[in-house]
Design a protein around this ligand. Structure first.
Ligand code: ZN
Length: 448
């Protein structure tokens, strides 16, 4: 069998069917056939190599195209809809003694001029490859774009991101959205944002609720995004304060520009603090504007509710109500080991589990919903075509050491094998310590 051909048996596909075992074939990176095995398990015989054995062999990207998954779960490559790769692993350098969002923003802003392009590239690469090793095959990262710190500093992260994106394009699909500073944007600053779009940024980001002039700034940003036909992805209302409701204006502008389905909003913390009736109205407007939404429970649990004593608010948005309203709601990583969040590692199964706790999602149907929030829904938010497990779709997927959606969440299996672009790109039966050897191994695969 040619190395771009793949033949798998005894796979479980929980997003499709929770009970059956499947035989799958792929060729040149696309699925060609997905078939339910009529007689249950096909006994492993030549030439199928049992996955237990495959995991115990040294990893070889090009080999082993006929595998018996022995009942393991296979899901499409996970999609992380909201990360900050350039900030990842900066905690040791930047610090945050109080642990608050305010100190994180202040300290990061003060340190931003000291980051070299190489340092930014190393952080972006490490966080991206680590996410890949957990089974993420596509991601969207916001990118610091501090225009007020000067042109050179602002564009350093843009160039670093574009270089790593190109370097990793064979193994990982990445989108970058610059965090435009919404605060009385000047003509020169708008020109810098425009230049970033021309250089290859995938859309426009930012956090308008932090601005003194959010509506005026959003007018400018929507007009610029529309001029270049780029999507918009905003940090929205990341606050416990119920009076912060920029989401209403975002929905209004989205409809005004005919941008339904092209605007994403992350966080939506204050939506949980707002009274029930008003929250219902806002969710209806979000649905009318077909906004995509992203909940970031790990970081919200850590950063929000800092002013509370006793019963501390969770900060997490109204996950169940958004899902019930039919809003495309993904769950994502946000910050990783930086001044905003000292924990996290870019594993979306960990995020799905935290979402389950934070949003009271635990029934069998809820568990499948959690799995969709880190696969199919973010894929639709990122606009990924041919995503999923069906003939004709891209065969970008991860096999995990679990036999059901429930085991994915409870066991958080470390055994994972990731396939993208017509080859295995990573496989490990156990969690590896992320020293340079793992990075070197992935880097040599990319170059080779
Ligand atoms: Zn964020």
């Amino acid at each position: 069998m040619n190395s771009s051909e793949l033949h798998l048996i005894n796979a479980r596909l929980p997003l499709l069917d929770e009970n059956g075992l499947y035989e799958l074939k792929a060729s040149d990176g696309s699925w060609t056939s997905i078939a339910l095995q009529q007689q249950g398990t096909i006994p492993c015989a030549d030439p199928f190599l049992p996955m237990d054995e495959w995991f115990s062999k040294p990893f070889n990207a090009g080999s082993d195209c006929a595998l018996d998954l022995q009942g393991r779960v296979l899901i499409p490559g996970m999609v992380d809809a909201h990360m900050h790769l350039d900030k990842a692993y900066s905690l040791a350098k930047v610090g945050n003694r109080s642990g608050t969002l305010h100190e994180a923003i202040t300290n990061y802003r003060a340190a931003v001029q000291s980051f070299t392009k190489e340092e930014l590239k190393n952080r972006i690469r490490k966080a991206a490859l680590r996410a890949l090793s957990f089974g993420t095959t596509a991601l969207r990262s916001h990118l610091d774009f501090p225009v007020k710190a000067g042109r050179e500093t602002a564009f350093r992260a843009v160039h670093a991101a574009l270089e790593v994106k190109e370097e990793l394009q064979g193994v990982l699909q990445m989108q970058f959205f610059p965090m435009c500073p919404y605060d009385k944007l000047t003509k020169e600053e708008m020109e810098m944002i425009e230049e970033a779009l021309k250089l290859g940024m995938d859309g426009v980001g930012g956090a308008p609720h932090l601005s003194m002039t959010p509506e005026e700034d959003m007018d400018l940003i929507f007009a610029l995004a529309a001029k270049y036909g780029k999507p918009i992805d905003l940090h929205a209302d990341e606050s416990d304060d119920p009076t912060i409701q920029t989401i209403a204006y975002i929905a209004e502008k989205t409809i005004e520009y005919g941008y339904q389905g092209r605007v994403t909003v992350g966080h939506l913390c204050s939506l949980s603090a707002i009274d029930q009736a008003r929250a219902g109205q806002l969710i209806e407007r979000m649905a009318d504007a077909r906004l995509g939404a992203v909940t970031l429970p790990a970081v919200n649990l850590y950063l929000q509710g800092r002013g509370d004593q006793g019963l501390i608010r969770r900060g997490t948005t109204r996950v169940k109500e958004l899902l019930n309203a039919g809003i495309a709601l993904a769950a994502a990583s946000d910050n990783i080991q930086d001044p905003f969040h000292p924990f996290g590692k870019g594993d979306l199964l960990q995020i799905a589990l935290i979402t389950g706790y934070a949003a009271h999602l635990g029934s069998p149907a809820d568990q499948l919903a959690l799995l969709r929030m880190v696969t199919e829904t973010p894929a639709s938010i990122l606009g990924l075509g041919a995503y999923g497990i069906f003939a004709g779709a891209s065969a970008d997927f991860v096999v995990l050491d679990a036999r059901s959606a429930h085991e994915l969440l409870t066991e958080q299996p470390s055994g994972r094998a990731v396939y993208r672009g017509g080859r295995w790109v990573y496989a490990s039966a156990q969690t590896e310590t992320w020293g340079s050897n793992v990075l070197d191994r992935l880097a040599s695969l990319i170059q080779g």
